[in-house]
Design a protein around this ligand. Sequence first.
Ligand SMILES: [Zn+2]
Length: 425
Amino acid sequence: MKIKFLGGCEEIGRSAILIDDNIVLDYGLRPSDPPEIPVGNISPKSVIVSHAHLDHSGMVPSLMVNHRDLSPEVYVTSITGDLANLLSKDTIKVGKDQGFCFFNENDIMKMRENTHFVDYGERIALNRSDYGADYEFELFNAGHIPGSVSVHLKKEDEAISLHYTGDIKIGETRLMEGASLAEMPSSDILLVESTYYGRDHQDRREQEHEFIDSIKETLYAGGTAIVPCFAVGRTQEIVMILHSYGLTPYVDGMGLGVFRTFKNHPQFLKDAEGLNAAFSDAKFVNARKRKKAVSEPSVIVTTAGMLNGGPVLYYLKKLHDDPKSKVLLTGYQIEGTNGRRLLEERRVETNGEMLKVDTCVEQYDFSAHAGDAELKKLVSQFCGNGTEVIFPVHGEHTVEFAAWVKDNFECDAISPKVGEEYIVE
Ligand SMILES: [Zn+2]
């Protein structure tokens, strides 16, 4: 089996892994300014998308070509298909503002036409007549966001199997049941995400208490709590947390459209009713209502989670020097993003200008990724079941992760670089 890494190596973003020049696992973009995209020019026969986050799905429409039959087939869960459609349209809009263009509306339409919805546990055969070899794959709940999957791919001819975790979360959150390690089959090759390698998460409930206490303090002081969140997953999780503590937030940006999509696929949610209740209490903001949202003490849940664009920049411009207000980041801020810059330099870039932020900035960890202990547990299960080689991807510490695997197991481990190709037999 030939594995070529097109992105997402020693970095987070633009995940894309090409198998035998035939099948690509994820095809994302890195949300930097300008966005980075996977390397190389590929024409795969199919794309299997692990979940809808842009760093995994964002470049799929760019694989479509003029003739529909020559465009790759796209395999996703139904909710991922709907979310990818929504987010791709937004990428075109953002591209118009920021001066990039990777695909157009026609490509999105073709992606829709070529999309096959796959359920957890369903086995899909990809046949020799089209692929030059027989493959079969199966999707497992990855617990990361609704519809997220780990992919188990078998190449029948060589009797070799590969498991790609995608972004994975084992512990449960308010929004999601965690991935089940017990369900995961053994495999010869493991591609494992590494976002939190070397770091564990704080206890979720403690984290919630600290977050809520800090927001209440801000409100009592007469300030605004700005809570930047990813549109997909984090916004909904945070609105559920706020609701459970009796707080009614303003919600601005794509998170509302995403909630509506979630609502159409309740089978992918742990608590669809709880999510609906939380959103029916929230107040939705558009560009016209933003002034009102900042005119009173309030909590504003808004995109983008890493501050690269979106309405959050409006709120920062308004409140950057207000000592009563606060920015509460809700997740990891990857290198090269405005969020990372805010943490390290107390500045953000907006419309080409640097804005100094004097309000208090706090970081919370409502991560939807496995922490260090969970990643190690996953790896030891696979190694115990005969995995021969592990490729840590999607992380800034994959070299250390690979070294840890080799030190602890009879298993080879390689931290691949972007553009590298490996043949595993
Ligand atoms: Zn993700």
